[in-house]
Design a protein around this ligand. Structure first.
Ligand code: BGC
Length: 285
């Protein structure tokens, strides 16, 4: 058997092509100026969708996302909104309808981390993380379901009346010391997703979540540039022995938004290189 180190692969394998499984569909992705949201929005464009690219502070990033979507033949519009604010979320969905006339796919992806140990966590650190990561996703989900309900099913577009894909994390299952606000928000997403799925499945609205592990995004850049931390995370926490790329998440999200996954409903897809398989038990327990 080759030594363990031979399995630590460089992340340079060619990406699988994205097929045009979302042709003619209209998608809204929040937090799409960078990281996972950007990769997902671009993936949707490559798959044939038109996309509203939401951003909060990084307008240049949002413009870059929009350019990439347009390069693959899709239409894109950028829209600034704080997704934790009801009025701004409403305006964003109004822009979606004014621009594209309908909504087929909604990915409330915006998320933040404000880390602090529990005895040092301020109320505002707690509140802002819950506001963006949980309340923000609720606000988008509510508007999306309203639109999906009023549109109904158009089989020339999709077998479902709409697809809602929440952005969660492996920390909807794995406790995370020093990040109680973040883990609580993602744990909340797990049952928000399942409760909404249960409520609207009979309307043929599909509701699922994506739970990424450690992905090479700006949120994780410090961990990745520190070789010591990277290897500690890589070797100990990721059995697959490579960090995830935003495109790993984008490809799965495209599939989850497409009719190829039509019977997938009310579930979470973990994209984590087996991080949720309790690697601490390897050789232990
Ligand atoms: C967090 C990352 C973290 C990963 C695994 C994600 O939800 O955003 O910062 O590396 O979980 O712990």
């Amino acid at each position: 058997m080759p030594p363990e180190s031979d399995y630590i692969v460089p992340n340079d394998s060619p990406p699988a092509p994205i097929h045009r499984v979302l042709k003619g569909q209209k998608a809204l992705v929040t937090g799409a100026s960078k990281g996972l949201g950007q990769a997902i929005a671009v993936g949707f464009g490559q798959a044939g969708a038109d996309v509203l690219v939401n951003y909060y502070s990084d307008e240049a990033g949002a413009r870059q996302t929009a350019r990439s979507i347009e390069e693959s033949g899709g239409k894109a519009v950028i829209f600034r909104a704080d997704t934790a604010r009801e009025d701004e979320v409403r305006s964003m969905f109004q822009c979606m309808i004014d621009t594209f006339g309908r909504l087929d796919i909604c990915v409330p992806n915006s998320g933040i981390q404000l880390n602090a140990r529990i005895d040092e966590m301020t109320l505002s650190q707690w509140q802002r993380v819950i506001d963006v990561n949980l309340t923000g996703q609720f606000l988008c989900a509510r508007e999306a379901v309203r639109l999906f309900k009023s549109q109904g099913i158009d089989r020339s577009i999709s077998y479902a009346a709409g697809k809602l894909i929440f952005m969660s994390s492996v920390h909807d299952l794995i406790p995370w010391e020093g990040h109680a606000n973040y883990a609580a928000s993602k744990g909340g997403i797990l049952l928000l997703m399942k409760s909404v799925a249960q409520e609207v499945a009979h309307l043929h609205i599909r509701v699922n979540a994506i739970s990424p592990g450690a992905i090479r995004t700006p949120m994780n850049v410090e961990k990745i540039i520190s070789q010591e931390v990277y290897e500690r995370v890589l070797l100990k926490l990721i059995p697959y022995k490579r960090i995830g790329e935003p495109e790993d998440v984008a490809r799965a999200t495209v599939w989850l938004a497409s009719d190829e996954s039509d019977y997938v409903n009310g579930t979470t897809i973990y994209i984590d290189g087996a991080m949720t398989c309790w690697p601490g038990f390897i050789g232990a327990g």
